[in-house]
Design a protein around this ligand. Structure first.
Ligand code: ASP
Ligand code: MG
Length: 409
């Protein structure tokens, strides 16, 4: 007998019929003799609908009241699932976050879980109940309802699995696992049987949005066995997120991520003196703008060009700051470019293999794709390319690193 936490996302509980399907899946695990805790999201689209309502009243909705509002989405699905389970003859009970004291800090709309009172859950599990918990929500010390940030039900699932020392946390979603890249761009993309936490974090932060990134960090920290599976298929093991030492597959590259979230800013003809980078990036930091990649080119004429990327939403703000910097330091021009994309290859195998970067750059060169910026970490190499070559770059790299081929241990 195992204790399993299952989390179902919005599309998996998007209709009454789908909620019944979830109930049947839960029943199967229960019949096998397992104890099951279910964590649910709101019906797909519901959280967006509620946020839109709030914005009709207040342009910047009050965070405390917004949490009060959006937390209702999950209260609907947990009650309906508990009913569906009872309809199948199972014992079930639903609980909101505050009811089982998922205690968080008071950072409304992005709260962090501090503790969970798992006593009550255990008593219910021991008396044969399926416990159904609302994802995404908690309560602060003062009794205010809080939420954990978009996609936060994943984190609720992992946190419950950690608190209960569950044997496994299964995240059911509309994809059947984590792929080497987005199959809509590369049809040959392959489902990974396993991926390490570190790789998953890099892929998630780069735009492979299968799991809320915070839930992956949480699972890594508390050693929760985490598995991503499809709620629409009966077969399949999904993708297991593992620790490096347990990993079966040891490819050099595990996946390719990409996004169009960034914009590039270049300040041209900057007098080349010590302190240039500080003069430019200081005011950017003061304006609270996060910088991702940075490149400085030294020119022949005693001036330099300095480029960096920021989130696309902050391009305008960054341009305004640079306008002022330009006058202050006597630079020639400021150029903004939001027609860029970031493509990254990720793999822990990179640590023990030389020549990965070279192979990446050669592949892009063979396709005549110009690399505008490069950044590297121990397990990731990212490049900025022209937006219109993003898909070509991803396809070429997928092929060059033979990601379509199954890896043997
Ligand atoms: N319902 C919340 C959202 O849409 C939380 C979740 O689905 O994980 O972000
Ligand atoms: Mg989600």
């Amino acid at each position: 007998m195992a204790l399993i936490v299952q989390k179902y996302g919005g599309t998996s509980v998007g209709s009454v019929e789908r909620i019944r399907n979830v109930a049947e899946r839960v029943a199967k695990f229960k019949m096998l003799g397992h104890q099951v805790v279910v964590v649910l999201s709101a019906m797909s689209g519901e959280t967006n609908r509620l946020i839109a309502l709030a914005k009709e009243i207040q342009k910047e909705p009050d965070p405390r009241e917004l949490d009060m509002l959006v937390s209702t989405g999950e209260q609907v699905t947990i009650a309906l699932l508990a009913m569906a389970l009872k309809d199948l003859g199972l014992k079930a009970r639903s609980y909101t976050g505050p009811q089982i004291r998922i205690l968080t800090d008071s950072a409304h709309t992005k709260a962090r879980i501090l503790s969970i009172d798992e006593e009550r859950l255990r008593a219910d599990l021991d008396s044969g109940h399926v416990v159904v918990v609302a994802g995404f929500q908690g309560v602060d010390e003062a009794g205010n309802i809080t939420t954990l940030g978009r996609g936060g039900s994943d984190t609720t699932g992992v946190a419950l699995a950690a608190a209960l020392k569950a044997d496994e946390c299964q995240i059911y979603t509309d994809v059947d696992g984590v792929y080497t890249t987005d199959p809509r761009i590369v049809p040959e993309a392959r489902k990974l049987a396993t991926i390490t936490f570190e790789e998953m974090l890099e892929l998630a932060s780069l735009g492979s949005k299968v799991l809320q990134i915070r839930s992956v960090e949480f699972a890594g920290k508390y050693k929760v066995k985490l598995r991503v599976l499809s709620s629409f298929q009966d077969e399949g093991e999904g993708t297991l997120i593992t620790f490096e030492e347990d990993s079966m597959e040891q490819p050099i590259i595990s996946g390719i991520a990409f996004n169009r979230d960034e914009a590039k800013l270049t300040i041209v003809g900057v007098p080349d003196k010590p302190g240039v980078a500080a003069h430019i990036l200081g005011p950017i930091a003061e304006a609270n703008i996060d910088v991702d990649m940075i490149v400085q080119n030294v020119g022949m004429d005693g001036t330099t060009d300095f480029s960096f990327t920021v989130h696309r939403n902050e391009m305008k703000k960054a341009m305004d700051v640079l306008g002022m910097v330009k006058t202050a330091i006597g630079a020639r021009d400021v150029i903004g470019d939001d027609k860029i994309a970031k493509v990254s290859i990720v793999g822990i195998g990179m640590r023990n293999h030389a020549g990965v970067a070279g192979r990446m750059f050669k592949t892009l060169a063979d396709e005549n794709i110009n690399i505008q910026m490069i950044s590297t970490s121990e397990i990731k190499i990212s490049v900025i390319v022209d937006d219109k070559y993003m898909e070509l770059a991803v396809r070429a790299l997928h092929q060059a690193f033979e990601l379509e081929k199954p890896v043997t241990a």
